[in-house]
Design a binder for this molecule. Structure first.
Ligand code: FAD
Length: 480
């Protein structure tokens, strides 16, 4: 029997990997390939933090495959050409891979499949990344439900997601693997300047790390999730997002574990249900991307095409640097820069601040997140940005404008989160931590804060920003 080639993409794991399971069936020898493809039309080049994660994740995957004597072949270039070449070099007559949600990626898959077929090789595509494949969750009329709750209801009427599967038994590598690139030659990790030290300290990549993170979350995290998930300083969220983004763990594994924890009584059903709902937001985003390929570029609500957005590079830079003068916003932007991740509540606040306080196009924020998040996801990132900006499907209404001070006081009442990421404010008493400009001179002096010098004054007053945003919104509502 001829070998099979598994083409790994955003599914960098061995367990519960449908493509690997299919390739290993019938006891075939297996070749493993990863292609770094930024040459195929429409493929979005990875951001810096995602490239860092990918490097580490590929190292972990290579080590995991190595335990079964399966070498991971690395090649760079257009997938259609490379996959066909490596299938030929390995003598494979089957190439198996798991689907991705983007239209450009789907087009690459079609091109690869037809090139393989012409070469006499079978291509097989599986759904490994989502609980439900795009297209399977639909309204009675057959379209994508345009609200999250309708999407969830439609999904609940389907067959439940399959149970996760273990690493297939009897994995066996091909005898003489063709040469691949050395990972180091791809330059995925920063050298000078090395901006990744905070990211390195914050994360462990790879399938084993993903499983350990899930276990730790089930042990101490999920319990209290429904209440605690909005507090950025509390360890009440899973931090599984980069692992899910790269497929180091499957949503099936995560969902099944959370449900099991609820069934066995180690967490409440309320906590497990809330967590499951968040996994379904991820699903929703991927289904939206599959239906709206230019999700990262265009307002899904086209009325916003006429919105008076402001192109203001100076203010954009201040926002990126975490120097807006609003402590919660600044803490979030600095957490992002330091660790490659930001808490969901704070993502919503900083996103709203950019799109509504500063009226800067949401695409600018989306692309900064794309470059700096380790979980930068082609579906969840643009979908969430459009949600925050009010331009997307089932979006937060535009007129709901987060007040960064009140958000801080509600979700970080003693300022623990702000103190961790904005150290120059660390000594401010709690009543002023989210509004330093209201502190008297003596309090500021005692805390070592000199407004406008050690920490900026607010870039814009909240009420003025809110009024301006509502006027801008009225402009498109009136069609002026
Ligand atoms: P948990 O609360 O533990 O949730 C479990 C999993 O559910 C997450 O790992 C994630 O896969 C999924 N999830 C949770 N919330 C959401 C959500 N609102 N939308 C989609 N999936 C969700 N998430 C990304 O994975 N990649 C992104 O690029 C991304 N960009 C975002 C940009 C903005 C402006 C906003 C507001 C949100 C964004 N999110 C993104 C969604 C969410 O913030 C993160 O998924 C979450 O913070 C990850 O932390 P966690 O793993 O601890 O989440």
């Amino acid at each position: 029997m001829r070998p099979a080639l598994v083409w790994f993409r955003s599914d960098l794991r061995l367990a519960d990997n449908p493509a690997l399971i299919a390739a290993a069936r019938e006891g075939r020898q297996i070749g493993a390939l990863f292609v770094w493809d930024e040459d195929s039309p429409g493929i979005r080049p990875l951001g810096g933090a995602a490239r860092w994660w990918l490097a580490h994740s590929l190292r972990a995957l290579a080590a995991d495959l190595g335990r079964f004597d399966i070498p991971l072949i690395l090649r760079r270039g257009p997938a259609a050409k490379i996959v066909t070449e490596v299938a030929e070099e390995t003598g494979s007559d089957l190439v198996a891979f798991n689907a991705r949600s983007g239209a450009a990626e789907a087009e690459v898959d079609r091109t690869v499949a037809s090139a393989l077929e012409q070469a006499g090789c079978t291509a097989r595509r599986f759904n490994g990344a989502l609980l439900h494949a795009p297209g399977t969750v639909h309204t009675a009329a057959g379209g994508l439900p345009r609200t999250f709750s309708a999407f969830r209801r439609a999904a609940q009427k389907l067959e439940p997601p399959r149970q996760p599967k273990p690493i297939p038994a009897g994995l066996l590598g091909i005898d003489t693997p063709p040469k691949g690139d050395l990972l180091e030659t791809w330059g995925l990790e920063p050298v000078a300047p090395d901006w990744a030290s905070g990211i390195r300290a914050a994360w462990q990549c790879g399938e084993a790390a993903a499983q350990a993170r899930l276990a730790a979350f089930l042990d101490d995290g999920l319990n209290g999730y429904a209440e605690g998930r909005d507090s950025p300083a509390a360890a009440r969220v899973s931090r599984l997002s980069p692992h899910l983004r790269w497929g180091e763990i499957s949503p099936h594994q995560v969902l099944a574990s959370a449900r099991h924890a609820a069934q066995t009584g180690s967490v409440s059903h309320a906590d497990a249900d809330k967590f499951e709902a968040e996994l379904y937001w991820r699903e929703f985003a991927h289904h939206v991307l599959a239906a709206e390929p230019d999700l990262a570029q265009r307002n899904l609500q086209t009325a916003f095409d006429a919105f008076p957005w402001r192109e203001c590079i100076g203010e954009l830079k201040v926002w990126r640097a975490g120097r807006t003068g609003y402590p919660l916003v600044d803490a979030g932007m600095r957490e992002l820069w330091q660790t490659g991740w930001m808490h969901n509540r704070v993502r919503m606040v900083v996103g709203s601040f950019l799109a509504k306080h500063l009226l800067i196009p949401w695409q600018e924020g989306e692309s900064w997140f794309w470059d700096t998040l380790v979980d930068a996801d082609p579906a969840s990132n643009p979908c969430s940005w459009q949600w925050v900006a009010g331009t997307g499907v089932d979006a937060a209404p535009y007129f709901r404008i987060f007040n960064p001070v009140l958000q801080g006081e509600k979700f970080d009442p003693d300022g623990t989160y702000v103190r961790a990421f904005v150290p120059e404010l660390a000594k401010l008493p709690a009543p002023f931590i989210h509004r330093p400009w209201t502190a008297d001179a003596a309090t500021l002096a005692r805390a070592g804060v000199r407004l406008g010098i050690t920490y900026p004054k607010p870039i814009i007053a909240h009420d003025a920003a809110r009024d301006r945003a509502l006027r801008a919104f009225a402009h498109i509502k009136s069609g002026a």
